[in-house]
Every structure is written in C-alpha cells, then in structure tokens.
Write a protein that binds this ligand. Structure first.
Ligand code: 5AD
Ligand code: SF4
Length: 476
C-alpha cells in the first residue's frame, strides 16, 4: 500500500461527519428561532502556527455548523481552548484559564466548554481534566479535528461529557472549511507531525508521524488564496526540509518552493520550520533563485555546544551548522537568519552555554526565540540528570537576551539609509498617520502612509532604527 494512503480518512467517515454537521446546523437554527440570535463560539489557540492553523479549521467547521464568533467569553455559548504542550508554562496558563471558567458555567449552565490541541494528547492531562474539571464538556485530540461535528452533536444532545483522544500516527484531511484570521497573510500546512524525536520535545508524541500533503492540493490552495488577495503565504511543517518523503509523486521541499514560486501573482513565500540536519545546498540555491521566496530562514540551532546537540538528538554539530550558515550567507543576498535557543538543557555546563553565546555572536541572527528548558513527561530528556539550578538557568537566559539585544541593535542600525520592500499590513504603532509592515526578512517597518496602501508592496527608505522596528519613508 502506498504510504500516502495510510493517512487518508475514508470517504464514508467524511460523509458521516457531513451528516452530523447538518444536524448541529439544524439545532443551531432552532436556537436562532427561539432566541433571535446566532449561537456564538469563543475559540482561542495557543502555541505555534501549526496549532493556530488547526484553530482556523476548527472555526471553519464551527461556522459551517451555524456558529458565529465572539472575542468575549461572557457572550459565548461555546468556549474552546486549542492548547499547546511545548512548555510547562503554556499548560499552566490553560489550567488557569479553564479554572476561571467555572463561574461562567455556574451562571450559564448551557455554556459548553471544550479543550483540544496538543496538551490533550497527553494521558495525564486528559485524566486530570476528567477528574478535577467536571464542568469541561468536550475534549478532543489533534487527530480528530474533522470529527468535531459528531463530537459537538453528542455534547449538545446527550448531555454527557465527550472525551475523544485516540492514539494515532495521524491523518491528513483535505478540504476542511477554514476561517482564516487575516486577509493578507495565510499559513498553509504542507505536512504534519514529526519523526525527529529531539530529546526535549513533546511534539512527536502529540502530533504523530511525519506526513506530507499532496503537492497538487497545496498548489491549488495557494492559487485560491492569491486569487482572494492574499499577499504572503507561509508554508508550515515541523520540519519542512523533509517535505515529500513517502509521497507517490517524487518531490522535495526545494521543488515545492519552485512550483509555488512559478505561480502567477504578486505575493511572497515564507516557510517554517527548517531543521538544519535536512537543509540542503539545493534548498539554499532554490531560495536564492526564487524571487518570491523571502530571504529569511528560521533555522533553529537550539544550542551552540556539539555535546548538548548530541544529547538533544539533533543530528548536526556546531561546525556543520556554521558551515551551513556560511553557505547560506554566501548564496542568498541580504539573508536574514533567526533561530530558537534552549537554555538549561539537562547537563548544560557553563562552557556549553558559552558555546551558545559564541555561536550567536558568530552567526548574527536578526532575532531569536529563546526558551528555558522545560521538562516534558515522556521525553528522553526528562530522564536526564539536571544539576543546574533554576537560578543559574535564569542568569544564563538573561545573559543570552542581553547579548542578542546588542546584536539586534547593530543589525537594525545597518539598515539606516537602505531601501527595503515592505508589505503594508496595517496601522503603525509610531503615530496616527503611520502604517506598518514587514520586510522580506521579517523586520517590522513603520512609515507615514494611509490605509489606502493596505495590502500593497511598497519601497521604504530607512531613516531610523528602533529596538523593535525600523522607521522610514516611502520612496516614490
Ligand atoms: N523546553 C523548552 N523549549 C522547548 N522547545 C521545544 N521543546 C521545548 C522544551 N521542552 C522549543 C524549541 C523549539 C521551539 C518551537 O520550542 O526551541 O524549536
Ligand atoms: Fe520537536 Fe525536534 Fe520535531 Fe521540532 S524537529 S517538533 S524540536 S522533535
């Protein structure tokens, strides 16, 4: 059997969900007739873009069942938290927020409270919800988003709690309705899951095995979005560089980029995340050649110490990473690099940390996403000796921030006098008559303009660098 068939959900199951969707729609229509208003959902997604993208599908499914949306929990008939499991503080926040819903439920017993996303795929979390949060009505995992109609129908009609969290290698469900958060920038998953098992990371346990979408489906989605006026497409995957493995159509990520780049229209292409172990010279050459692909690579290094990288199971060492960066800098003009760094991985010595500092000084990233290591139940690193104190970790973290701040200031300063291309995205923070957007390499630029330019690409000459953005003027 072809690999890709393995991820398919049967037509019969999808048809079954369509029937439930109609049933919920009818129930919601009945509600409308009685109450003179639409049922409202409050949906909040935490974590990475992949999760936000799931949230957009969830909202799409809810809209097709007759739900409207609200930003006010107090007005909602359904509150749904789409959770993230990557670090402990993300989980703590969810428990805090769910705890705070108790009084809303008491005031309005008809309110439905649901939880979904990565956190739910961990059995100890689901158990805790079952036991200690009896007012949570609906819990579903990452592999059954498409079953939301059935689960919601059960919750609405049986007045029983629904827990639907199958353990699975994952599925690919095409053509689900999507309610996108923006009208200029769109995020498109090109693959799901992860096979890398970095020792600190929970993702492979909660999002299943790596699986790629058919290129035709992706191309069609991009084309539709461009026709709708979207100007920036971000291709998503835990490791986009291994896109295409297991597909019947032989294709890799570089070839996919090339195909998207060849589509008609004025738009730019971003992607994340690139795992350094799978970033090939072919990919870098492709980025350099494709004019719609932004000259920006988010290339998480995690640590500058080869010893820690080995403990993390990253499959590259410091030298290999630096070699890759060098090749990319030589090949892609005005390349911007960003990265993720974990401070305080179990067993990280002061020398290992110094190696991280020296690596970021060498690479000169435009910005960093920095994290203190968070122990995740079930991962390999959770079993490792971790003698470093929280205080030491926190000190290292602060130092890392300070070093990167200096680098960032210098990098931003270097833009003064240069002209950059910006997609006009919205009102600027600098003043009332300012608009804002991002450069090709992801830097925020504010400039005097009015909203008539929204959604257009403009050339801006940089006049000043702030810590968080550049200021400039449109070049006529
Ligand atoms: N602790 C801290 N940071 C983590 N990340 C992933 N797992 C953990 C963890 N257990 C970070 C990595 C990854 C980013 C998305 O989150 O840097 O690249
Ligand atoms: Fe986690 Fe590593 Fe997979 Fe990224 S590549 S999701 S860090 S296991």
């Amino acid at each position: 059997m072809a690999e890709e068939k393995k991820w398919t959900v049967s037509q019969q199951e999808l048809e079954q969900q369509a029937v439930f969707s109609e049933k919920v729609f009818a129930i919601n229509q009945g509600f409308y007739q009685v109450h003179g208003r639409q049922r409202l959902a409050y949906v909040k997604s935490y974590g990475c873009q992949q999760n936000v993208s799931d949230g957009e599908k969830i909202k799409g499914i809810l809209a097709s069942m007759g739900y409207g949306f609200t930003e006010q929990k107090e007005q909602a008939d359904l509150i749904l938290y789409n959770t993230c499991a990557i670090r402990e503080n993300a989980e703590d926040r969810v428990f805090g927020n769910v705890g705070a819903l108790k009084h809303l439920k008491r005031r309005n017993p008809e309110l439905l409270i649901g939880l979904c996303g990565c956190m739910m795929q961990q059995s100890h979390i689901a158990q805790r919800l079952k036991k200690s949060y009896p007012y949570v009505d609906l819990v579903f995992g990452t592999h059954v988003v498409h079953q939301l109609p059935e689960n919601l129908y059960q919750t609405l009609t049986a007045h029983k709690r629904v827990f639907n969290i199958p353990d699975s290698d994952g599925v690919i469900v095409e053509d689900l309705p999507i309610r996108r958060d923006g009208s200029l920038k769109a995020w498109i998953p090109i693959m799901y899951g992860c096979n890398n098992f970095c020792t600190y990371c929970i993702v492979p346990y909660v999002r299943g095995r790596e699986r790629s979408r058919e290129p035709e489906k992706i191309l069609k989605e991009v084309q539709t979005l461009i026709a709708q006026g979207y100007r920036e497409i971000t291709l998503l995957g835990q490791n986009v560089n291994s896109y295409g493995k297991g597909l019947q159509t032989p294709i890799d990520f570089a070839e996919l980029l090339e195909k998207i780049n060849a589509l008609e229209g004025e738009f730019r292409i971003r992607f994340m995340t690139s795992h350094p172990k799978d970033a090939t010279k072919k990919l870098i050459d492709t980025i350099a050649r494709c004019e719609k692909v932004c000259n920006h690579i988010h290339l998480p290094v995690q640590s500058g110490s080869s010893h820690i990288l080995k403990q993390m199971n990253r499959h590259y060492n410091r030298e290999q990473y630096l070699e890759l960066v060098n090749y990319a800098k030589q090949t892609i003009p005005n390349l911007s690099l960003t990265s993720d760094i974990i401070v305080g991985f179990p067993g990280e010595t002061l020398q290992d940390f110094e190696d991280t500092i020296s690596l970021i000084e060498t690479v000169q990233y435009d910005s960093l996403f920095t994290f203190i290591y968070s122990k995740r139940v079930g991962t390999k690193a959770a079993e490792m000796e971790d003698p470093t104190t929280d205080e030491q970790k926190s000190e290292r973290f602060q130092r890392l921030l300070a070093v990167q701040k200096e680098i960032g200031i210098e990098r931003y300063q270097a833009y003064v006098g240069k002209t950059v291309r910006v997609l006009v995205e919205g009102a600027g923070k600098t003043g009332e008559d300012y608009m804002t957007g991002r450069t090709d390499n992801y830097i925020i630029v504010d400039f005097p303009a009015d909203s008539s330019l929204l959604g257009q690409f403009v050339d801006v000459k940089i006049t000043k660098a702030l810590n968080w953005a550049l200021l400039g003027e449109i070049v006529k």
